[in-house]
Design a protein around this ligand. Structure first.
Ligand SMILES: Nc1ncnc2c1ncn2[C@@H]1O[C@H](COP(=O)(O)OP(=O)(O)OP(=O)(O)O)[C@@H](O)[C@H]1O
Ligand SMILES: [Mg+2]
Length: 231
């Protein structure tokens, strides 16, 4: 079967002045469909960099990235953006909510961008959003603006937005970093259920040992590569 995610010899460095210390060095990684994988490693080891490359947000300097068999390097804009909108849900470490849109409008956005729904009055969009916000404990916050929310509430809106278009690959960058223990557990359970029930492939960067313990696979990033791969 085609892997959900396949990286081959992926390298990446950021230029800081004259020097470009490598962040990823010929990294290889394959993740099967329906896997919950956790990515851990010290701060600065390249977790966010790797997730951005898997998502097609950042191009690698070298190497190939395949998502469900599609080589992202062969897609030009706007095809790459369209591919990402259809297949990928990204939960950012910083929430990236649009400040001028309400909670419900922020969550609706991916459906509108995909042409699934046309406006806020669309019943399919409205039902999906209501169900998701309910599950995330935000049922009474539909009309709030991001600046009126706590950090944990913003994080949950960002999670709803990453899931609403039912992507097959979900990438989550420390999604529980801003949540209290109980809310964090609920979020992990929600994401875990998606993997078990909907066959979603989930890669989550985290420092939490509790989360790491729930995953199907543990990926440790060290010296620019996946150092320890269990299961
Ligand atoms: N846009 C950028 N420009 C220059 N350097 C960058 C950029 N993004 C990341 N880096 C550098 O690349 C390295 C890896 O960063 P990355 O954000 O991927 O780490 P991380 O593992 O996600 O860390 P954390 O646990 O703190 O989130 C770091 O040394 C960082 O300073
Ligand atoms: Mg990071």
């Amino acid at each position: 079967m085609t892997a959900a995610i396949a990286l081959h010899r992926v390298s990446k460095s950021y230029r800081n002045g004259a020097v470009a210390p490598p962040v990823l060095r010929q990294l290889d990684l394959e993740i099967a469909t329906g896997t919950f994988a956790v990515l851990f490693g010290r701060s600065g080891s390249g977790k966010s960099t790797l997730l951005n490359i898997i998502a097609g947000i950042d191009p690698p300097d070298a190497g190939t990235v395949r998502i469900a068999g599609t080589d992202l390097g062969t897609l030009r804009e706007p095809a790459l953006t369209l591919f990402r909108r259809r297949h990928i849900g990204f939960i950012f470490q910083s929430f990236n909510l649009l400040p001028t849109l309400t909670v419900a409008e922020n969550v609706l956005l991916p459906l509108q961008l995909n042409g699934v729904v046309r406006g806020g009055a669309d019943p399919l969009g409205a039902r999906r959003i209501a169900a998701l916000l309910e599950r995330l404990g935000l049922a009474d916050r539909h009309a709030a603006f991001p600046e009126e929310l706590s950090g944990g509430e913003r994080q949950r809106v960002a999670i709803a937005r990453a899931l609403v278009h039912q992507p097959d690959v979900v990438l989550a960058d420390e999604p529980t970093g801003n949540l209290d223990l109980e809310t964090g557990r609920q979020v992990i359970t929600l994401l875990d259920d998606l993997v078990r029930d909907a066959g979603v492939t989930l890669v989550m960067a985290t420092h939490s040992h509790e989360v790491i313990g729930r995953a199907d696979r543990e990926l440790q990033i060290r010296d620019g590569r996946i150092a320890a791969v269990s299961r």
